[in-house]
Design a protein. Sequence first.
Length: 263
Amino acid sequence: MTLALSALVLAVVTNAARTTSAPSPLPAPDTLRVVLVVDDTVARRSLVQGARLGAEEASHTGAMFGTVVTLRVESRGAFDSTARASGADASRAALPSLYVVAGDSSTCSAVMPQSVRPTIPVLDAGCPFIGGPSAKVAYSLLPASAFTATAGDSVRVELWHWSLERFGGEQLNERYRRRFGERMDSPAWAGWLALKIALDAALHAQKTDGGSLLRQLADPRAQYDGQKGRPLRFAADTHRLVQPVYRVTGRGDDERVVAEVAP
């Protein structure tokens, strides 16, 4: 073999080795974009805080599956401005994967047109009513029993309570307390659960676009863990979350859960 041929063979082998040993670029991660819209960020503080805790925990879980989780919190005014800007340049705007909304009728109604057209699901975390044509993309975290009047002014229905300990409730309450220095209440739990449901739906769908999430939410087999000791699910006919709720009496340090009401 001539010296020139030997050099050529060595160069080919070296380049092949470099090509083989070079690491393959990682695929771009999917991004789960959740937008929380509220009428008043101060009045809805515990809901916002719960959503932030949920987003932080979802981010840790999502990272293991290549999914990035982002949460954007907007007041009604900021949402209106964002919607106008997105409409002016829709081709460049990154659409949300899912909306979470709480507030008065005006705030909740404002989200629906932005959701229905591109088919983005909405999780109701505190709206007076979501119905009509928009109901097909809306799912409520509030069971119908939450609106049922209780006997006597001293007893009220709650979705969650800071004294719950079973089924991981104690650990969830402690994580919230450490993060915000406050007790976890029903709105905080709803905010936390909304982000957990969003990530669960994305992981099962293996996609983060609104249409895929909506199909997953509509799946009658879909179940979610809300630390209540039983799988939670959305009713096919009402789109409300089927879940236990709690009858609570007292205020402040004297509060206590007197009964768990099965769905």
